[in-house]
Each structure stands twice: as structure tokens, then as C-alpha cells.
Design a protein around this ligand. Structure first.
Ligand code: SF4
Ligand code: SF4
Length: 341
């Protein structure tokens, strides 16, 4: 598999990375086998996060003997120095390594998140200390909101950016990716398959191959799916007119039913965790029913606080019928819960 330089990190990563979310639903051995299969097929770039349950541990187990041949990225949602330091120590332990290639601040999707990370006693201090000790090689971030992400990029403090990018979510192309490229940042595309919402992998990756400086990290949990994606890289093909028509059809179809997790609708005056609750359908597609319930319990519980004031809908740039969507997700949650009783 071809490798490219991940911006100013200087790291050489495969043109296709591995996203560590879906292996959460596999047992430890199956997950390790899946990770190892991807490595054997040539992938050497693995992304995970402290919050992806046991994903770090599974990746650590699978890659223990080949650590020097892979690039590992992980993330923390913690914003304080002390908690972030604990996360770094935990990630090192779980990943069975003494260094993390890329340590990312997870979801800096609001200016307040960036401020918290950079404040005295904030998480950046822990990352910088760990970097000085050689436990972290590079510092990056992930986000879902292009305006907030642009501000993070403009600080010049981060070497990589991870942002949703697929043929339905292209907002990063306007200013965000150009600004990151101008600063020679490594650009990582999360959700190349729309977080499980896009089923045509062929079109998804033909689209992404038009942007070779952007490294996608699809989350895969079975070998057939992974082989299909690898084949698209072994014999790349351009988008056809038919593909473009299909992309347009899918965009239109998803237009009013697909939350991009940008957070422009926030905050909700009632404390409804809109973005997290909106992830319910994507999570249900990618996790076991039990994991779906465990992962979405908190956000779905907040939906009951909605007073239908409509503030969020006014702010959503995609004109999503948020109130109705949240109601449906809460209903689907209850149905799933009843099924498992
Ligand atoms: S409609 Fe509901 S979710 Fe939206 S802002 Fe109002 S209370 Fe919050
Ligand atoms: S509901 Fe709309 S504004 Fe809110 S996160 Fe989703 S796409 Fe963004």
C-alpha cells in the first residue's frame, strides 16, 4: 500500500488508515485478528481513542510485536492537565507501548473546548510534558465544527487535524483543509463512510481518492468489507458520471435526515445533548444493541427535557427537523431496550 507524508509530523502513513470504533463490538480475539489482518494487508496507520471503550487495548494486543512498523494515533476528551495525564498513562498501558505517535485532543468543536485545553492547568500542559518525555511524538486534534476547527488550526499549535470528510460532508474543503494544508498539518478524514450512513464504499473512496493529501481512516469490523476497500486502492478508478448522479441522489436523500454533528445548534437551553443523541442511528448501525444502549443512554435521556422551543432548528445549517428526529431516536432507543428485556 502506498504511503504518504502526514504533513509536518513527517510520519509516513499508508494512504488508508484504520479507524478504531467498530472493533468495540468484536470480542477481544476477533478484534485483534481484524487489526492484525489489516496490518498484514499493508495498513500501518491505526487511530483509536480513550473513549472507544476497549479499542485501545485491542489494538495494543494486536500490534504488540510490530510496534516499530506502525503509526498509532489516539485521543482524549479530557481538558484538564491532571485528567489528560491520566489518560496518556492509560493509553500507553492499553496500547502496550512507550510512545504514542499522534496524541489528539478529541472533539475541539467549540471555542470553549480549545480555551479549556490551552488554559493554565489545561490538558495541553500534560501533552507537552509527555512530549518532552518522549511519550508523545506529535499533538493533533479532532473536531466536527468547521469554524471551531479553523480557530484551532490558526493557533499553529497542532500538527494534525482529524475532521469528517466524505462526499456528503464536504464543508472542510472550503477553508478548513486549505488552512491546515497551508500550515503543513497532517489531514486525517474521519467518517469516510459517513459514520456508517453511506453504503456505497466504491463511490466513497473514489471520491476521497481525489484528495490524496487527506488520509481516510475507515472503521471496519469484517475482513470482506476491508478487502473491498483495499481493492479500491489497488486498482483506483475515477468517478464516473453515473457515480456522480448516484452521489447527488444520496445527498438529496440524506439531506433532511442526516446530522453532521457540527454542533451549530448548541447549546440547548434545556441541556438536551442534541449532537450526541443525533448519533443514535449511526451508533446502532455499528455497535451491538447492548453497546448502543450503553453508549447512548445519557444523551437519549436528555431528550425528555426538550420543550420544542425550536431554537436548535433555527440554528441548524442543514435545516434538520431536530425535534422530530430526537423524538424518533428516543422512541427507537425505547424499542431496542424493550427488545432486550
Ligand atoms: S427544541 Fe428542544 S432540543 Fe431544540 S433547543 Fe429547544 S429544547 Fe433544546
Ligand atoms: S442537528 Fe444540525 S446543527 Fe445540530 S449537530 Fe446536527 S447537523 Fe449540526
Amino acid at each position: 500500500m502506498k504511503k504518504s507524508r502526514l504533513g509536518k509530523t513527517g510520519l509516513m502513513v499508508t494512504e488508508l488508515g484504520f479507524g478504531g470504533i467498530p472493533i468495540m463490538q468484536l470480542g477481544a480475539n476477533d478484534a485483534a485478528e481484524m487489526v492484525r489482518y489489516c496490518f498484514d494487508r499493508g495498513v500501518t496507520f491505526f487511530d483509536t481513542a480513550n473513549m472507544y471503550m476497549d479499542s485501545e487495548g485491542k489494538i495494543g494486543q494486536a500490534l504488540e510485536g510490530v510496534r516499530d512498523q506502525v503509526v498509532i494515533a489516539t485521543k482524549t476528551l479530557e481538558r484538564s492537565r491532571q485528567k489528560a495525564a491520566e489518560h496518556i498513562a492509560n493509553s500507553l498501558r492499553q496500547l502496550r507501548t512507550d510512545y504514542i505517535d499522534i496524541f489528539q485532543f478529541h472533539n475541539l468543536s467549540a471555542e470553549s473546548e480549545l480555551e479549556a485545553v490551552l488554559a493554565p492547568g489545561g490538558a495541553m500542559e500534560a501533552a507537552t510534558q509527555a512530549k518532552d518525555k518522549g511519550q508523545i511524538r506529535h499533538i493533533g486534534f479532532s473536531a466536527h465544527n468547521k469554524d471551531a476547527a479553523l480557530k484551532v488550526v490558526q493557533t499553529g499549535l497542532f500538527e494534525t487535524i482529524q475532521f469528517p470528510f466524505n462526499f456528503v460532508e464536504t464543508q472542510a474543503l472550503e477553508a478548513l483543509f486549505p488552512a491546515a494544508a497551508e500550515r503543513d498539518m497532517g489531514i486525517i478524514a474521519m467518517k469516510p463512510l459517513g459514520g456508517g450512513m453511506l453504503e456505497r464504499a466504491d463511490i466513497c473512496f473514489k471520491f476521497l481518492q481525489q484528495y490524496p493529501h487527506v488520509v481516510p481512516i475507515p472503521g471496519v469490523s469484517n475482513k470482506e468489507e476491508f478487502d473491498q476497500i483495499v481493492a479500491l486502492y489497488e486498482t483506483p478508478a475515477p468517478l464516473t458520471d453515473r457515480d456522480r448522479q448516484e452521489m447527488e441522489r444520496i445527498r438529496e436523500q440524506l439531506g433532511d435526515a442526516f446530522c453532521r454533528r457540527c454542533g451549530y445548534c448548541l447549546p440547548c437551553p434545556q441541556g438536551v445533548l442534541i449532537r450526541e443523541a443525533q448519533m443514535f442511528p449511526a451508533i446502532m448501525k455499528r455497535m451491538t444493541p447492548q453497546q448502543t444502549l450503553a453508549f447512548t443512554k445519557g444523551p437519549i435521556a436528555t431528550v425528555a427535557e426538550c420543550i420544542e422551543c425550536g431554537e436548535c432548528e433555527e440554528k441548524c445549517p442543514y435545516n434538520l427537523p431536530i425535534v422530530e428526529m430526537l423524538r424518533r431516536h428516543a422512541e427507537a432507543y425505547r424499542e431496542l431496550e424493550a427488545l432486550l428485556r
